[in-house]
Design a protein around this ligand. Structure first.
Ligand SMILES: Cc1cc2nc3c(=O)[nH]c(=O)nc-3n(C[C@H](O)[C@H](O)[C@H](O)COP(=O)(O)O)c2cc1C
Length: 140
């Protein structure tokens, strides 16, 4: 795949970050959260690693909530509402980085119906304190 000369396999920039090709995994929920309010699991690591190993340049995670209540109401929703959940996401980022892929986290936050979620995509270049960085708000 790396030797293909199609534009699909050419690098592209998002801001100052280079993505190695134009192949992206869209966000897809998978039910790999072990329990309500749960974070990144072993199954998540394997699932996303497989896509990174396969050559995708950008991997967009499934929906990740930064709202504790929302996570508890939707038991299959991956959660990042607490700093204790950061190490799992760090491991996930490191896992896909090993293959040269970038990881974006699809963040959702809603106290209303899940169908009306506000979301944004955060490209993970590093992970910071959830409370200090994710409370600034994002797109509607
Ligand atoms: C099982 C499954 C789970 C999905 N989960 C999400 C999700 O968490 N967030 C999201 O924005 N889209 C989600 N989608 C929508 C996909 O990202 C979307 O189908 C994909 O981008 C392809 O776009 P298309 O359906 O318009 O061809 C999901 C789709 C499937 C099939």
């Amino acid at each position: 795949m790396a030797n293909d000369s199609s534009v699909l396999f050419q690098p592209i920039r998002i801001g100052n970050m280079e993505i190695k090709n134009r192949l992206a995994v869209p966000p897809m929920g998978n039910g790999f959260v072990p329990s309500a309010g749960g974070g990144v699991s072993r199954r998540h690591l394997k699932y996303y690693e497989t896509r990174a190993r396969g050559g995708f340049g950008l991997i967009i995670s499934e929906m990740v909530t930064v709202d504790r209540e929302m996570g508890l109401r939707a038991p299959t929703l991956l959660c990042l509402h607490d700093d204790s959940l950061i190490p799992g996401f760090k491991e996930l980022a490191s896992t896909v980085h090993q293959y040269g892929a970038k990881l974006a986290i699809q963040i959702v936050e809603s106290r209303a119906a899940i169908s009306k979620v506000r979301f944004c995509i955060l490209v993970v270049v590093g992970l910071y304190s959830v409370s200090s960085r994710l409370s600034t708000g994002c797109g509607t």
